[in-house]
Design a protein around this ligand. Structure first.
Ligand code: DI6
Ligand code: FE
Length: 409
């Protein structure tokens, strides 16, 4: 396989089978006998070898893929990757019969991760997060969204987001950060949710925005978290600060979070187990992506499935993500997540693969930059030792990644 970069900075991966995932193309956008050419970190051509413009190959460093498959680099568009410690003890409590909500009311749950995160330094957070990031990267992930939400005051939310931003300097990966200050009520709020929402909208979001620490704003709209009215106040502030929004919606009950997210033009609404048809229709109308999170469904032994059929019927785009977090989805495999989405929710191979590439990019507002193999996009590629794309969804606990390319390298 090729040596140093060609003098022209041009690299060509040839003798490959491509799943371009290009929007509008049928299925996976498959190209047999395909080639990807990149210059300066951007794809300049992806398609059939016979149609490649001669100029796209001249003076290039050529990599022979020996018939392997190339997909876009995978994208995990919903994670809580930055946290301290873990909650294996609560896992044991739940195995002994306690529910997620009971654990939360007993002072466990999100609030116990808040304690650990507040006690950790920014350096410690980065160090504890890197092994989780490395697990994602090892499976061909090239873009990861990372939420705050275990700080729950201005300093600790900013510390989390700074740690998340720093990950991009530690590894060859694109990081998108999301401020999830409206995740849970911290102990010092003494049960006053409205006062805490005042703090989020009045102080935390403006400070986060002033330091440009977040690319989006998220919240947890749920009985054990915040009401639609409270979330609307957070979203109003996010809009005023020019930040796009997304929402943990209808995970444990139907508070019509999907419709709320759609009303604010959210990039995505996530979880959605309890979303009804009106919610799905509103999302379709607004172009809000449904982010399906089977890891949390599996781990908390939820039985209500997200209405994948409704999303299909209304033409709602579906992303698939790990929701990697210490409480409800201690999962750092996007390949296993696809298997869960297929096995538990009946998503097809094509939907799963689109969900971790094109639709995940859409859910991050990054579809113009990554998520498909198309000229003009970042040369983020995953090269696989497989015979057919279904193998990426079919296997459990096996990693067929041959090589991972981020921005052409
Ligand atoms: N929903 C979830 O599944 C996670 N956050 C959320 O809003 C749970 C996070 C945790 O338990 O630590
Ligand atoms: Fe989440």
């Amino acid at each position: 396989m090729g040596g140093a970069n060609g003098k022209s900075g041009l690299r060509v991966w040839r003798n490959a089978r491509l799943a371009t995932m290009a929007d509008g193309e049928a299925g996976l956008g498959i190209v047999e006998k395909g080639v990807v050419a990149a210059r300066g970190g951007l794809i300049i051509y992806a398609g059939p070898e016979v149609d490649m413009p001669a100029a796209a190959g001249q003076g290039a460093e050529t990599i022979d893929c020996q018939g392997r498959w190339i997909t876009p680099g995978l994208i995990d568009c919903h994670t809580h990757l930055v946290y301290a410690g873990n909650r294996a003890n609560e896992f044991e409590m739940r195995l002994a019969g306690a529910t997620y909500e009971e654990v939360a009311r007993a002072g466990g749950g999100i609030v116990s991760s808040v304690k650990s995160l507040r006690a950790a330094s920014e350096d410690q957070l980065v160090a504890q997060t890197l092994p989780r990031l490395d697990a994602l990267i090892a499976e061909g992930v090239t873009t990861v969204e990372v939420k705050s939400g275990y700080g729950l005051d201005a300093d600790n939310e900013k510390k989390s987001l700074r740690a998340a931003r720093r990950l991009a300097g530690e590894r060859p990966v694109t990081i998108r950060t999301t401020c999830l200050a409206a995740h849970a009520l911290p102990p010092e709020a003494k049960g006053d949710k409205d006062a805490f929402i005042d703090l989020v909208a009045g102080t935390i979001l403006p400070e986060v925005a002033a330091e440009n620490l977040a690319d989006a704003v998220d919240g947890f709209c749920e009985g054990i978290a915040f009401s639609p009215q409270q979330m609307a106040r957070v979203f109003d502030k996010a809009k005023a600060l020019g930040l796009p929004v997304k929402l943990h919606a209808d995970q444990l009950s139907n508070l019509h979070g999907a419709a709320l997210a759609a009303r604010y033009g959210a990039l995505s609404a996530d979880h959605l187990e309890y979303t009804d048809e009106a919610g799905a229709a509103a999302m379709a109308e607004a172009g809000t992506v449904a982010t399906i999170l089977p890891g949390a469904y599996y781990f908390i032994r939820e039985t209500k499935k997200p209405p994948v059929d409704l999303f299909r019927r209304h033409g709602v785009k579906m992303a698939v993500a790990t929701d990697s977090n210490p409480g409800t989805s201690p999962l750092t495999s996007l390949l296993l997540t696809m298997n869960m989405a297929a096995t538990l929710f009946g998503m097809t191979v094509d939907e799963c693969l689109a969900g971790v590439t094109r639709e995940a990019a859409r859910a991050l507002g990054l579809l113009g930059q990554t998520g498909t193999l198309e000229a003009g996009k970042s040369a983020d590629l995953a090269i696989w030792d497989i015979e057919r794309p279904a193998e990426l969804v079919y296997r459990m606990g096996f990693n067929p990644l041959h090589a991972r390319i981020w921005r052409g390298q």
